[in-house]
Unconditional design. Structure first.
Length: 72
């Protein structure tokens, strides 16, 4: 489950926090992504974490979503 607040997002799986994102100076910093993101990109990064927690690291939907996020 992803909980979205004004300046923080949290992804949980089976009641355990698996990823967080916080907004700093307009950019979102996710614990699961190496660079600052937009709000929508941060939601995607947390969705990837949730999919991988539920289905394993080779989840095809997570892999497809990962290609949509900037990595450099």
């Amino acid at each position: 489950m992803i909980e979205i607040k004004e300046a923080q997002m949290t992804a949980t799986h089976q009641g355990v926090v698996i990823a967080k994102a916080v907004r700093v100076d307009g950019a979102w910093h996710a614990t699961t992504w190496p660079r600052p993101l937009t709000r929508n990109e941060a939601i995607t990064a947390l969705a990837i974490a949730e999919l991988e927690a539920a289905n394993g690291p080779h989840d095809p939907v997570a892999a497809s979503l990962r290609e949509e996020l900037p990595c450099d």
